[in-house]
Design a protein around this ligand. Sequence first.
Ligand code: NDP
Length: 311
Amino acid sequence: MRCALISTRLDLRRYLGPASAGIADRIEIVDHRPNCPDAQVRLAVAWHPPDDAFEYYPNLQAVCSIAAGVDNIIACPSLRPDIDVIRVVDPAQAQMMSAFVTWHVIWHQRRFRSYLDQQHNRIWQRIPQRAARDVPVAILGYGEIGQRVAADLATLGFQVMVWSRSAKLTPPSIRGFHGAAGVDAMLGETEVLVNLLPLTDETRGILNGELFGRMRRGGYLIQVGRGEHLVDGDLLAALESGQLDGAALDVFATEPLATEHPFWSHPKIVITPHDASEVRIDAIADTLVATADAIRIGQRPPFAIDRDRGY
Ligand code: NDP
């Protein structure tokens, strides 16, 4: 089966590296060439494709992302509604994300910013501590990654709440909320807010002043979803007013973050360059093979997202 590599941001052939050689007996990989129609292509790997990319593949059946998120593929105007969009599911990525989020939760709980300030001024002073059970953490999104993060934080003893679109069964150590009423109830008890939502029309701009205002005062934001979830000015205002005490930002509406952006120099913001977790290349290759196998036997590929929901 022929598979086209399509990206305006990455050299996908290089990115996939030896993993693409490992599947060459089952999948013929070709580079996308602008203005060159190819009726043999039934599968594609895409990351920020050009607007007209899919016009050249009349028999394309599925497009695989190289990540958990598919928003940049769905946003492509030439993507026909009948083409399946496939996300990558990688338990190792969920584990990596969990460690990243946990680090930030503990950074806030154990007041490491204060220790750094003290060290800077050579001050030896113990700081009153709070037990994990006294720190309520809410996770927006209880999907493949949110579930792993929630389970690990609960194991460490934090009060964990999760929010999803549909009602979910959760273990006793995790309280589940869903829908608009659910988020209201949850935010009133939230000190640390973790964003692990996909970017959709419904979730764009969800991290705004009104939402921060419903959290406990002095809260902390861990933003690892997508940059467009956050209203930047509202975060700065919430930090200024003390409604939020700090924020960890891994994703931004424009990446790389512009050097003049006020987030860079804000004393209460920790920035990482969209590095919270990454998918293993082998997991992408496995997804491609599973997708090609499903297409061959006329089945819907595993990990195909719901095009109507957008994730
Ligand atoms: P999933 O698709 O598995 O889960 C998404 C979750 O969000 C589901 O629980 C879903 O609810 C919930 N959700 C979606 N829309 C709404 C809504 N309108 N209201 C309430 N809940 C909603 O995604 P993953 O867990 O795999 O990944 C989540 C996101 O994390 C990715 O889309 C990406 O944006 C981000 N990410 C960031 C990375 C980074 O390095 N910074 C790395 C990997 C992912 P329901 O269960 O009811 O459908």
